[in-house]
Design a protein around this ligand. Structure first.
Ligand SMILES: *[C@@H]1O[C@H](CO)[C@@H](O)[C@H](O)[C@H]1NC(C)=O
Ligand SMILES: *[C@@H]1O[C@H](CO)[C@@H](O)[C@H](O)[C@H]1NC(C)=O
Ligand SMILES: *[C@@H]1O[C@H](CO)[C@@H](O)[C@H](O)[C@H]1NC(C)=O
Ligand SMILES: *[C@@H]1O[C@H](CO)[C@@H](O)[C@H](O)[C@H]1NC(C)=O
Ligand SMILES: *[C@@H]1O[C@H](CO)[C@@H](O)[C@H](O)[C@H]1NC(C)=O
Ligand SMILES: *[C@@H]1O[C@H](CO)[C@@H](O)[C@H](O)[C@H]1NC(C)=O
Length: 174
C-alpha cells in the first residue's frame, strides 16, 4: 500500500529541493556581489548632472577604484559608500543590502527619494548612516534599531513623517 503512495516520492523530493534552495540562498557573498549591488544602485539613478557615475562606475575597472567607494584590505569588500554631494536623484535598490561589510553609508546632500528597502537591515556592520538633505518622504523604519553598531544617524532635512521608533532606544553606541 505504502509503495503506491505518491507522497513517499514527493516528500523526499521536496526536502532535497528545499535543501538545495537553502544552499543557494546561503551562497557566499564576495566582491562580485558588491559589484552587482553598486550597478543596481547606478541603474536606479534617474539624474546624474555631471555623468559622474556613468563615466566612472564602469565594469572595466575594479569597484574599489570607483569614486565614492572604499574597500577593506582584509576581506576585499566594500566598507564605505560615500556619494554625498554628487547631485544625484534616484532610489535605493534592495541589492544595497548585500554590501555586507559596509560600515559607512553616506548619500547626504543629493535628491534620493522613495522608500528605504527592508534589506538594508542586513547591514549589521553599519556604524554611520548619512541620509540628510535628500527627498525621503518616509517613516523612520524600526529596523534601524537592530543595527547595533550604529554610532551616527543623520536623517535631517528630508520629509520624514510619523514617530521615532522605540527600537532606536536599543542603539547604545548612537
Ligand atoms: C564570487 O562568488 C561567485 C559564486 O558564489 C563566483 O562565481 C565568483 O567567481 C566569485 N567572485 C570572485 C571575485 O571571487
Ligand atoms: C574614477 O574616479 C576615481 C577617483 O576620482 C579615479 O581615481 C579613477 O581613476 C576614476 N576611474 C575612471 C574609470 O575614470
Ligand atoms: C563623504 O564625502 C564628503 C564630501 O567629499 C565629505 O565631506 C564627508 O566627510 C564624507 N563623509 C564620510 C562619512 O566619509
Ligand atoms: C542580493 O540582493 C538581491 C535583492 O535583495 C537578491 O535578489 C540577490 O540574490 C542577492 N544576493 C547576491 C549574492 O547578489
Ligand atoms: C546640503 O544641501 C542643502 C541644500 O542644497 C544646503 O542648504 C546645506 O547647507 C547642505 N549641507 C551641508 C552640510 O553643506
Ligand atoms: C530591544 O532589543 C531587545 C533585545 O534584542 C528586544 O527584545 C526588544 O524588542 C527591542 N526593543 C525594541 C523597542 O525594539
Amino acid at each position: 500500500m505504502a509503495k503506491n503512495n505518491p507522497l513517499i516520492v514527493i516528500i523526499p523530493a521536496f526536502l532535497v529541493l528545499s535543501l538545495m534552495l537553502s544552499f543557494a540562498k546561503a551562497a557566499p557573498k564576495n566582491i562580485t556581489t558588491d559589484q552587482h549591488a553598486l550597478l543596481a544602485l547606478k541603474d536606479h539613478i534617474k539624474y546624474d548632472p555631471t555623468n559622474l557615475l556613468a563615466k566612472n562606475w564602469t565594469t572595466s575597472s575594479s569597484i574599489c577604484t570607483w569614486i565614492g567607494v572604499t574597500c577593506g584590505v582584509r576581506h576585499h569588500r566594500v566598507t564605505v559608500l560615500n556619494i554625498s554631494y554628487f547631485g544625484l536623484a534616484g532610489t535605493i535598490p534592495p541589492q544595497l543590502g548585500n554590501l555586507s561589510f559596509l560600515q559607512v553609508l553616506a548619500i547626504g546632500n543629493n535628491s534620493f527619494f522613495g522608500s528605504l528597502p527592508d534589506e538594508l537591515a542586513q547591514l549589521r556592520r553599519l556604524k554611520r548612516i548619512n541620509f540628510m538633505f535628500n527627498s525621503f518622504h518616509i517613516e523612520i523604519p524600526s529596523w534601524f534599531g537592530t543595527l547595533s553598531k550604529l554610532q551616527y544617524l543623520f536623517l535631517n532635512n528630508n520629509n520624514l513623517v510619523g514617530t521615532i521608533p522605540l527600537s532606536l532606544g536599543n542603539l547604545s553606541s548612537l
